[in-house]
Ligand binder design. Structure first.
Ligand code: ACO
Length: 217
């Protein structure tokens, strides 16, 4: 059993955590998305796809931002190869959500569909699914555990029309597993040989039904 292009599997290196300041860029990231913001405004979440990466005015700067923040994420996770790049690649069906205020980037979240063959429980067979997957998730050191990850993740869910339970997670770190348990009550899963995590809730019919708002409330 396997999946399309799993990234390098764990174990992740456990290094001494280094505190780094937020990442500053020449590009005004918010402005590239038509938002006027200053550096100390509350950060906002912006969605990057190939269309904006090809924009004549903003594309090159945004590719640079993705390269730099993607590299930071790689280092934070102790991976050999960055999962997120802006230069020399196309995102294709993947999207990257970036958390930024003006010229300051504070994190990224990359998602995209993958075909996976996963064991459903310990005695069930393999099932063939193509969920949206969390491929890379990072909040800059010194800003973690302050709710920014939750802001970024929830903005992604809203734009994707997804729920945390219906996503798959590519080799999640212990921090991400703690995050999902805390914010979304997700904990139970069957370990897979491809290192993706698909929570038991993925297969529960209730998880598929988005919550409906009562009109007028
Ligand atoms: N140790 C354990 N749990 C942690 C840690 C940590 N150092 N940091 C965050 N968490 C979990 C905890 O559940 C924490 O709640 P608590 O502080 O009450 O214990 C919760 O996340 C905090 O939630 P937020 O503040 O909303 O999230 P944060 O801004 O910290 O962002 C993220 C979460 C993105 C996982 C961040 O911690 C990070 O960048 N970690 C380093 C990179 C990483 O591991 N990314 C995931 C890789 S796997 C993948 O991308 C598929």
């Amino acid at each position: 059993p396997g999946c399309a292009e799993p990234r390098a599997p764990p174990p992740r290196r456990l290094g001494r955590p280094r505190r780094r300041a937020a990442m500053q860029f020449e590009l005004d990231i918010s402005r590239a998305f038509g938002v006027a913001q200053v550096e100390d405004s509350p950060p906002r979440v912006f969605r990057i796809d190939d269309t904006i990466l090809q924009h004549p005015r903003w594309g090159q700067g945004l590719r640079h931002v993705l390269d730099k923040v993607g590299e930071r994420s790689r280092r934070a996770q102790g991976l050999g190869k960055a999962v997120t790049h802006g230069s020399g690649v196309v995102l294709g069906s993947n999207r990257v959500y970036i958390l930024a205020a003006g010229r300051t980037a504070l994190g990224l979240l990359k998602v995209g569909p993958k075909r996976l063959f996963v064991a459903k429980g310990t005695d069930g067979g393999l099932v063939d699914i193509t969920p949206q997957c969390v491929l890379d998730f990072y909040v800059v050191e010194g800003h973690q555990r302050g709710g920014l990850g939750s802001q970024l993740f929830r903005a992604m869910l809203a734009q994707e029309g997804a729920t945390a339970a219906k996503l798959a997670y590519d080799a999640p770190s212990s921090k991400l597993l703690g995050f999902l348990r805390k914010h979304f009550g997700l904990a139970k899963f069957t370990p897979q040989s491809n290192h993706f995590v698909v929570f038991d809730a993925y297969f529960a019919p209730a998880a598929a039904a988005p919550r409906r708002r009562t009109p007028g409330r």
